[in-house]
Design a binder for this molecule. Structure first.
Ligand code: FEO
Length: 399
């Protein structure tokens, strides 16, 4: 007996939770698991919206049959997104339902062929095209690069459900609560921002373009491929994604350092204390050698202020800081106040490389970089005071 959940009388959640996988995309930690959401519309024609990861294919087909029985067939599979966390059960579905029509766009089919060798059953749709299921009508909105080039959204017109793919998704398994009115929002807000900043943030401008395409569409339910289904207050998730993709951040600061023997860490603590004395309450201090990149990116996306510190390491930054700054550059994080500090050690490199990173971004340097020769002396701490004051002044000007 498989438990499925109804969004409406004829629209069912048939997703699965994954609490086994340690790293999403073999990169991003899943301490709280993840859900792969799929949906079934039980009408004159039966339609599925996206599938699940391949290891759950058998359970997934059992769920479908627990709703429509083993005699009825599935008419359509809508593929909003081809990343294997959603397309992993397609081959199993085609084996089970050889006549199923796979709904996508030209880019969908290119990837379908490349990943699964599936050259038939294609049902190509163009923007704004519709499919009538009987009592439900599906309309397709092309939203490329949210998160891959083929991504699209599907809007069910009768009940005003937006099947949004990765957009509006979240890390975190669905532990009993499926809908936004059944969950602890604070938990999912963190996991949602982490998901957004790690996976979708690079494509923020494409998220903004998607919002333009959604203008004027009346949405009762947002049903993404990960995380909760938003039926009570869909605007809550829409406005968070809007804010994050505009690079709007909160009043606060994250200090991230790479420190071999603790001298650079000491400077981080000193600067953080001085910022706190000036009234800033949201301050996080993180050791890049211990806190995973995923969480560091999440906190950079969260707070307007970012203070980066590194001792020299083989004339470069500490490698974990190099990984962080390379990733921030790659994903194009924007709109921050920046401070830089570190230790010269025996030949310098940490502060020098952090300064080069700063020059490649549009972030606003609030003060001159601070560099200790080894252990910070009185003069260095005075420069740290100036950095802290400048950062706090900028942050205190925010509402
Ligand atoms: Fe959830 Fe881009 O796949």
């Amino acid at each position: 007996m498989h438990h499925t959940v109804q969004l409406t009388e004829s629209v069912h959640w048939i997703g699965v939770n994954d609490r086994k996988t340690r790293l999403f995309e073999n990169l991003w930690p899943l301490e709280n698991g993840i859900a792969y959401n799929s949906y079934l519309i039980d009408d004159d024609k039966v339609a599925l919206i996206d599938t699940v990861e391949h290891s759950s294919a058998e359970e997934y087909i059992d769920k479908i049959q627990s709703i429509i029985g083993s005699e009825r067939k599935v008419d359509y599979l809508v593929v909003n997104h081809m990343e294997p966390d959603h397309s992993g059960a397609i081959r199993a579905l085609v084996n089970q339902y050889p006549e199923i029509r796979i709904v996508g766009n030209q880019k969908t089919f290119k990837i379908l062929s490349a990943y699964y060798g599936l050259e038939s059953n294609h049902y190509g749709v163009k923007k704004e095209e519709e499919i009538d299921l009987g009592h439900h009508t599906l309309k397709f909105i092309m939203t490329p690069w949210v998160h891959w080039p083929e991504t699209m959204m599907t809007y069910e017109k009768t009940q005003k459900i937006l099947f949004s793919g990765d957009a509006f998704g979240s890390f975190g398994s669905l532990d009993g609560g499926i809908f936004d009115d059944e969950i602890n929002f604070d938990f999912y807000r963190e996991e949602m921002r982490r998901y957004f900043s790690n996976i979708v943030g690079k494509y923020s401008n494409m998220v903004q373009k998607a919002f333009k395409k959604l203008e004027g569409i009346d949405i009762n339910i947002v049903a993404a491929t990960h995380g909760p289904v938003w039926r009570h207050d869909p605007n809550r998730v829409l406005s968070l994604y809007d804010q994050w993709s505009r690079f709007e951040s909160e009043k606060g600061v994250v200090l991230i350092f790479g420190s071999m023997y603790g001298n650079t860490e000491k400077m981080a603590d000193y600067i953080a204390r001085r910022i706190a004395e000036k009234g800033i309450k949201n301050i996080r201090v993180r050791d890049a050698s211990k806190t995973h990149l995923s969480h560091l990116i999440n906190e950079v996306w969260r707070y307007r202020g970012v203070v980066l510190g590194s001792s020299a390491y083989n004339t470069q930054m500490v490698p974990t800081m190099e990984h962080l700054t390379n990733t921030l550059e790659h994903i194009g994080a924007k709109n921050h106040y920046l401070g830089i500090f570190g230790s010269f050690s025996w030949n310098g490199g940490g502060v020098k490389k952090l300064t080069e990173f700063a020059e490649k971004t549009d972030w606003e340097m609030v003060a001159e970089p601070v560099e200790a020769q080894g252990v910070a002396d009185q003069q260095t701490f005075e420069q740290c005071d100036q950095l802290a004051q400048a950062m706090a002044d900028k942050l205190n000007q925010m509402e």
